[in-house]
Ligand binder design. Structure first.
Ligand code: CP
Length: 312
């Protein structure tokens, strides 16, 4: 099997088989990641570039480490330290990187659809590392891997996603991916942070956190995206924490063995209390490790496409 597209732009476009194929490869990569010698020759001779127009710790570093663990050349371009700050367009920046021989460009951009635009104008494979309010597919893949490792499968699990659904590309990618793999996803947010017609995506929508949490198998808190808040959508973080923040008492509504996830970075005391972050059921650290495994798998699968194409 091979991935159909040269790019990974979102989970909306992937088949169930492709998602399962990526996750199966990520499980193998995790074994390598956990072994004494993490260095593999999978990406020898390949060049991987991270092109980030927004800040990141987890996504950027895990892609860079994944590339280096698999013996490729890896370099980072950030908007503030590059000719982007002189006004160069995304397409021109992408073409410049392309002409230097990049095999994969990993793009994070504040505009929804930016990776799709770059993919059409680049020979390199493009991986979406988060585009505006659209998708963050590698985050959702690592979230799904984390749940599957503990629960065996996503089928029929009740997954409660709580928080700023409106601005969340993490929520959108998880909704596409998790519903494809058979989970029952429900969402809860303040009314102003819930997009209209959310039900059309196949999720159940609740206005209170209590309803969403009831008997949930998995609880995912989302970050309040202060950088994307338009004036008036959120009265204040204190009010948010009071009505939607996840604390030990609220979590009792979920199943006793419910897993706790958060994509990070966490605003402690707002989305989750410190006690929830550090709860034994919290998988936030596991998510970080799985992020490297998933990104190793994707870099491997996307750079193998030319081998597969020549073989056919
Ligand atoms: N979850 C996530 O995308 O984190 P970073 O912004 O640190 O990459």
């Amino acid at each position: 099997m091979a991935l159909k597209s040269k790019d990974l732009l979102g989970l909306k476009d992937l088949s169930v088989e492709e998602i399962e194929y990526i996750l199966s490869n990520a499980k193998t990569m995790k074994l390598i990641l956990k072994s004494k010698n993490k260095k593999t020759p999978h990406l020898q001779g390949k060049s991987i570039i991270t092109l980030f127009y927004e800040n990141s710790t987890r996504t950027r570093l895990s892609f860079e480490l994944a590339a280096k663990y698999m013996s490729s050349s890896a370099a980072n371009v950030s908007a503030s330290g590059s000719s982007v700050s002189k006004g160069e367009s995304l397409i021109d920046t992408g073409k410049t990187i392309d002409m230097m021989g990049a095999d994969v460009i990993i793009l994070r951009h504040p505009m929804s659809g930016a990776p799709h635009l770059l993919a059409k104008n680049s020979n390199a494979s493009i991986i979406n590392a988060g585009d505006g309010m659209n998708e963050h597919p590698t985050q959702a893949l690592l979230d799904m891997l984390t749940i599957i490792e503990k629960k065996g499968s996503l089928k029929d699990l009740k997954i409660a996603i709580i928080g700023d659904i409106y601005h969340s590309r993490v929520a959108r990618s998880n909704i596409w991916g998790m519903t494809k793999l058979g989970a029952k996803v429900c969402v809860a947010a303040p009314t102003t942070l819930m997009p209209p017609e959310m039900e059309k995506t196949g999720v159940k929508v609740f206005n209170t956190v209590q309803e969403a949490l009831l008997d949930a198998d998995v609880v995912m808190g989302l970050r309040i995206q202060n950088e994307r808040q338009k004036k008036g959508l959120l009265p204040g973080v204190r009010e948010y924490a009071r009505f939607f923040g996840l604390d030990e008492k609220r979590l009792k509504m979920a199943k006793e063995d419910a897993l706790i996830l958060h994509p990070g970075p966490v605003n402690r005391g707002v989305e989750l209390t410190t006690s929830v972050v550090e709860n034994e059921k919290s998988l936030i650290n596991e998510q970080v490790t799985n992020g490297v495994a998933v990104r190793m798998a994707l870099l491997y699968l996307l750079t193998r496409r030319d081998i597969n194409e020549n073989t056919y």
